[in-house]
Each structure stands twice: as structure tokens, then as C-alpha cells.
Design a protein around this ligand. Structure first.
Ligand SMILES: NC(=O)c1ccc[n+]([C@@H]2O[C@H](COP(=O)([O-])OP(=O)(O)OC[C@H]3O[C@@H](n4cnc5c(N)ncnc54)[C@H](OP(=O)(O)O)[C@@H]3O)[C@@H](O)[C@H]2O)c1
Length: 186
């Protein structure tokens, strides 16, 4: 993967394994989160791979903008953003898109959006609009495992594997597990 600088939002919990994979494949990875212990654990594990952590509540639009600018000034143009953003912060994705577009008008970057919900299929399948010039958006839609009889949610490893596949894939959208039949979800 030809990538110098990546930002990861929502990567300190279930996505931990994928965040580690990104750190191993990218020169500069900045991981954002609120929980200092989770951030420190990542920093201890992957600091030698150039991973840095930054405390941030992404529901604060001003802080989010400032931290993107700071990462850009520290590590240069941003090549990859992986974002698993909760629905409680509806302004976060537009802010990420707008701020990066304003900083780097001529540099191509990829935005990988991770989408999961236990109740709202629409929030998973609604395709992202308003894509900035020079940006490729890929969506990783998290479903569930259904064997025709019983079903279960994806585990952490399966979620991370799906996100890594999404980063590597040329496809606009990948579904991890299945979203159908939605009424058979756990
Ligand atoms: N489809 C499936 O099989 C499946 C399986 C499991 C879960 N899910 C869904 O996945 C969703 C996420 O679950 P979870 O929250 O328990 O996941 P988690 O991975 O444990 O935590 C969420 C991640 O987002 C970060 N985060 C959350 N709010 C933030 C904020 N305001 N600012 C900065 N970072 C923030 C957290 O960092 P901090 O801790 O530092 O805030 C953490 O990195 C749920 O909606 C669940 O239903 C789906």
C-alpha cells in the first residue's frame, strides 16, 4: 500500500487490529479518541511503527478541524482516513471531508467509512454523498453472520479484517457478513 499519512477515527476499540495493520503499512498514522488508556495502549504497541495518538472528541467540530490541521502540518498531506463515527456526531464526516479538501486541493486521498448499526439498516446502506474532488470514498458495511438457522454479530477480528479488506479493495462498497435478510439479525 502506497500511503504516507493516515488518520483513524474510532479505531481504538473493536477496530484495534485494523488500526495496528494500518500503522504497520503507513509511515505516519494518527489515531484519535477520548479514552487516554485506550490511546496509550495503542501507542505502546505500535509507536515504533510511527503511530501517534491524539485525544479528541470528534463531536467538537472546532477541535476536529484543529486536529486535522495539526496532523497535516506535522506529517504532510493526508492519504487515507478511516472513520467509524457514531451517529451522535452527524457533523464529523462533513467536517473531515471539508477540512481535508480545504487543506489539500490537489492531493488525492481515500476516505474509508465504516458503518454498523444493530437497528437502522438505512444508516448502513445509505451511500455517502458530497464527495470532495480528489477524494475516493469506500464504504465498509458491517452486517452479521447468518447460517440459515442462527445468527450472530461480527466479532472484533471479523470487523477489522473487513476494514482491512475495504482499504485494500478497489470496490466502492464492501459488506462484511450479510445484511440480508435483515430481520434475521441477532
Ligand atoms: N455488525 C456487527 O456485527 C457489530 C458488532 C459489534 C458492534 N457493532 C456496532 O458498532 C457500533 C460501535 O460500538 P462501540 O461504540 O461499542 O465500539 P468501540 O469500537 O468499542 O468504540 C467506539 C470507537 O469510537 C471512538 N469514539 C466514540 N465516540 C467518540 C467521540 N465522540 N470522539 C472520539 N472518538 C470516539 C472510541 O474511542 P474512545 O473510547 O476513546 O471514545 C472507539 O475508538 C455500535 O453501534 C454497535 O451496534 C456492530
Amino acid at each position: 500500500m502506497n500511503c504516507n499519512h493516515a488518520l483513524v477515527f474510532g479505531g481504538t476499540g473493536m477496530l484495534l487490529e485494523a488500526t495496528g495493520w494500518i500503522a504497520e503499512h503507513v509511515n505516519h498514522t494518527v489515531v484519535f479518541g477520548r479514552n487516554r488508556q485506550r490511546l496509550e495502549r495503542l501507542s505502546n504497541q505500535y509507536g515504533e511503527h510511527g503511530l501517534k495518538v491524539q485525544e479528541l472528541d470528534y463531536s467538537s467540530t472546532d477541535s476536529l478541524k484543529q486536529q486535522i490541521i495539526h496532523a497535516y502540518e506535522e506529517n504532510g498531506e493526508i492519504d487515507l482516513v478511516v472513520a467509524w463515527i457514531h451517529s451522535t456526531a452527524p457533523d464529523a464526516i462533513p467536517t473531515i471531508k471539508g477540512q481535508i479538501a480545504a487543506l489539500q486541493r490537489h492531493h488525492h486521498w481515500t476516505l474509508v467509512l465504516v458503518k454498523g448499526s444493530s437497528s437502522h439498516l438505512n444508516s448502513i446502506t445509505t451511500i455517502e454523498q458530497d464527495i470532495p474532488v480528489n477524494c475516493t470514498v469506500k464504504e465498509v458495511q458491517l452486517g452479521f453472520i447468518y447460517n440459515g438457522g442462527t445468527s450472530r454479530w461480527l466479532n472484533h477480528h471479523e470487523i477489522s479484517e473487513g476494514v482491512i479488506a475495504g482499504i485494500q479493495s478497489k470496490k466502492r462498497k464492501i459488506v462484511v457478513g450479510t445484511l440480508e435478510p435483515w430481520e434475521k439479525r441477532p
